[in-house]
Ligand binder design. Structure first.
Ligand code: NDP
Ligand code: HSE
Length: 403
């Protein structure tokens, strides 16, 4: 029998318990053994829970129980979760997590610790919620040199943008809905300001390019600067505004990675990704372009990915999964200033001033635009070049266009 403990009985942890219980029969058949939930650790009380017999308050009960093979960490954050994960791995128990903050900040050391102690550290649910992306990246695409990963990586912000655009909700109303649906982080500024997407692009970059990329190396901009005026201008040419995380292989093993809102042309499949859905486009030198799509957050989709990792480990508890990467370095990540792209600009200026500054621009229009406001798309150039050209102009918004 394989015994499982869940740490943190919130949105994801409770979903994991539900999937393990509801799909227990098929999970046992697929593992060819009995997989049983033995403990749930949480700081809160859950009176009347069907799992009442499982609840404990002291992690050492789990740590010291030789029957526990797999610990599911769904507490979140990088403090207590780091302590519990470290102790579980040191006790030879495999750990499965959805906690991208912990993987992005301590993944390198935790993967090494797992290997040292003959167990596994798996985190499929940490990127893209229920979307199978990490295992396909490292196994199905293993024949490729991967050159680029670009994704809509945060369900909450994609949900907010979609609800604001399609249903006219205010930012606060849309965020409240995302929270009520269990999509948002405990501190939703991590979603809104792009830090969650940043952690996910770090994990994708590490797996795609083989070295740890730390969140503080990745310039990150969230969606606070996106206005409904920008959405209307983008819409006038069939573009959508999306928060993208990007990681692009550079010469000498370096990586260019960043998170920022982009204008995405309507013909790009990323433009049609709405609500809580995420999509991750990967480019490899053999496969060309491939895209992964699905629900990027939420209780059961995320639990689906967590339990898949539990099943993988339960099938062979001592298998060396070699799913790690090399150490990072301070000079690994190069600035996105090197990337040339068209830009979307909304500024206080005339069309002639915009042309004078930026050359062959494409002017955009929207109903109700005030006099003195111009919005336009520029020819491709780098960020330092566009900033230089816009000097002295009162700029409202400046976003890259995904070329
Ligand atoms: P929740 O806040 O819903 O769940 C976390 C649970 O852990 C809460 O019940 C919390 O209690 C409990 N907890 C806090 N501290 C401790 C502790 N010291 N010991 C035991 N339990 C504790 O978070 P989510 O389920 O939404 O997220 C969990 C992780 O999964 C996070 O890393 C998140 O980023 C990630 N994730 C979330 C997704 C989602 O859709 N929600 C999707 C993919 C990943 P209390 O509430 O009292 O603090
Ligand atoms: N808060 C995250 C999101 C959860 O909205 O994408 C999934 O990682």
């Amino acid at each position: 029998m394989v015994h499982v403990a869940i740490l943190g009985f919130g949105t994801v942890g409770s979903g994991v318990a539900e999937v393990l219980t509801q799909n227990g029969g098929l999970i046992d058949r697929r593992v060819d053994d009995l997989v049983r939930l033995k403990y749930i650790l949480d700081v809160r009380e859950f009176p009347g829970s069907p799992y009442a017999d499982c609840f404990v308050k002291d992690f050492s009960v789990i740590e010291q129980d030789p029957e526990i093979d797999i610990v599911v960490e769904t507490i979140g954050g990088a403090t207590i979760a780091l302590d519990f994960t470290t102790r579980a791995l040191k006790a030879g128990k495999s750990v499965v997590t959805s906690n991208k903050e912990l993987v992005a900040t301590h993944g390198y050391e935790l993967l090494n610790l797992a290997r040292e102690h003959g167990c596994s550290y798996l985190f499929e649910a940490s990127v893209g919620g229920g979307i199978p992306i990490l295992r396909p990246l490292t196994s199905c695409l293993a024949a490729n040199e991967l050159t680029q990963v670009t994704g809509i990586l945060n369900g909450t912000t994609n949900y907010i943008l979609t609800r604001m655009i399609r249903s006219g909700l205010t930012f606060d109303q849309a965020l409240k809905e995302a929270q009520d649906n269990g999509y948002a982080e405990k501190d939703p500024t991590a979603d809104v300001d792009g830090h969650d997407a940043c952690r996910k692009i770090c994990i994708l970059a590490a797996l795609a390019f083989g070295r740890h990329v730390y969140p503080d190396q990745v310039p990150t901009q969230g969606i606070r600067g996106v206005t409904l005026e920008d959405v209307a201008y983008a819409d006038s040419v069939g573009y959508k505004i999306k928060l993208l995380g990007r990681a692009i292989r550079q010469p000498q093993g370096k990586v260019c990675a960043y998170v920022a809102p982009h204008l995405v042309p309507g013909e790009n499949p990323l433009a049609g990704v709405e609500d809580v859905f995420n999509a991750i486009a990967v480019t490899g030198n053999a496969i060309g372009d491939v895209m992964f799509y699905g629900r990027g957050a939420g209780k059961l989709p995320t639990a689906s990915a967590v339990v898949a990792d539990v099943i993988d480990i339960a099938k062979d508890l001592k298998k060396d999964r070699h799913n790690g990467w090399e150490e990072g370095a301070p000079d690994l990540v190069v600035s996105s200033d090197i990337l040339s792209s068209p830009w979307y600009v909304r500024a206080q200026c005339t069309a002639d001033q915009a042309r004078l500054a930026c050359g062959e621009i494409h002017l955009l229009a929207r109903a109700g635009a005030p006099a003195g406001e111009a919005a336009f798309l520029t020819p491709p150039m780098t960020e330092p070049q566009i900033r230089d050209r816009l000097q002295g102009m009162e700029v409202g918004s400046l976003f890259r266009v995904l070329a």
